[in-house]
Ligand binder design. Structure first.
Ligand SMILES: Cc1ncc(COP(=O)(O)O)c(C=O)c1O
Length: 268
């Protein structure tokens, strides 16, 4: 059976998208691209198309910029090493240092910023959320240890013992909460889907890792923050006060990508 590329794409890769590309006549197979122009063949003739989308930013330097091609050429010509897991990566160290310098001077901070590299946007989201979950779990474990130390510091009466066990089970059963913006998109992996506002995939993963609260940039943020603050639990045990927050973090991208390109103007 001979099928053209559009049929193959529609049958074996993305049925709905393939159909849509065909209807919109976007089922073009570009073979060359440089700077802002992409080229496909039609009846043996090259057709140039000006690219206004630019990979939503991934082609921000244009297609196949010469200085990058030269670097790639040099890399392979010099037979540089790619697969060397247990080793020191010199360019990574230098890039990490540069990123630290840029961020610390922008934020005027004395902190050290470490860099974790990833290949895709959705991986970056996973890394950020994994880190947020880890910090939240550490805080939760620390709080439990503090309560345990207090519980063991002297004999508990019946009321105090009940309070202690009720607090522990409340802390253990609390679901972490992420704050995100409505109309946001962060990628296709599980955590990224959960933090994006589209309902389409989110249902599959609901409540598996964390819950997400979606806020609108247009809303009254004073009111929102006040109501979020109320969900931070204040705990009193043996005359001491503790607080426990369900929030693991707030995720937003300065340019929202769900169904268009929308800069987040300002969040007060
Ligand atoms: C705003 C936004 N965030 C995150 C992503 C995910 O990036 P990637 O496709 O590299 O995983 C995208 C992808 O389109 C995006 O538009």
């Amino acid at each position: 059976m001979s099928e053209n590329l559009t049929d193959q794409y529609q049958h074996y890769v993305k049925p709905q998208l393939g159909q849509l590309l065909r209807i919109l006549r976007l089922d073009k197979n570009y073979q060359h691209a440089s700077d802002d122009t992409m080229i496909y063949q039609s009846s043996g003739k090259p057709i140039s198309v000006y690219d206004f989308l630019g990979g939503y930013g991934s082609a921000i330097l244009g297609h196949n910029p010469q200085f990058l091609l030269d670097e790639v050429d040099l890399f392979f010509k010099n037979k540089r090493v790619i697969q060397a897991q247990a080793s020191l990566r010199s360019e990574t160290a230098q890039l990490g240092h540069l990123i630290h310098d840029l961020i610390s001077s922008e934020l005027q901070s004395q902190d050290t910023f470490i860099t974790t590299l990833a290949s895709t946007g959705t991986e970056a989201t996973e890394i950020a959320l994994k880190n947020a979950m880890l910090i939240w779990q550490h805080k939760r474990d620390h709080l439990k240890k503090e309560l345990l130390a207090l519980a063991q510091s002297s004999d508990l009466d019946e009321f105090q013992a009940q309070t202690y066990h009720a607090l522990l089970s409340e802390i253990d059963s609390s679901v972490p909460v992420l704050v995100s913006l409505s109309r946001s998109y962060h990628g296709k992996t599980a955590s990224a889907v959960l933090s994006s506002s589209s309902d389409y995939y989110k249902k599959m993963y609901s409540n598996v890792l964390f819950k997400t609260v979606f806020l609108d940039v247009e809303n009254d943020w004073d009111y929102i923050l006040a109501s979020l603050r109320k969900t931070v639990k204040q705990i009193e045990f043996k005359g001491k006060e503790f607080s426990f927050s369900p929030f693991i973090g707030f995720i937003f991208e300065p340019i929202q990508g769900e169904g268009g390109i929308r800069p987040v103007q300002q969040i007060n």
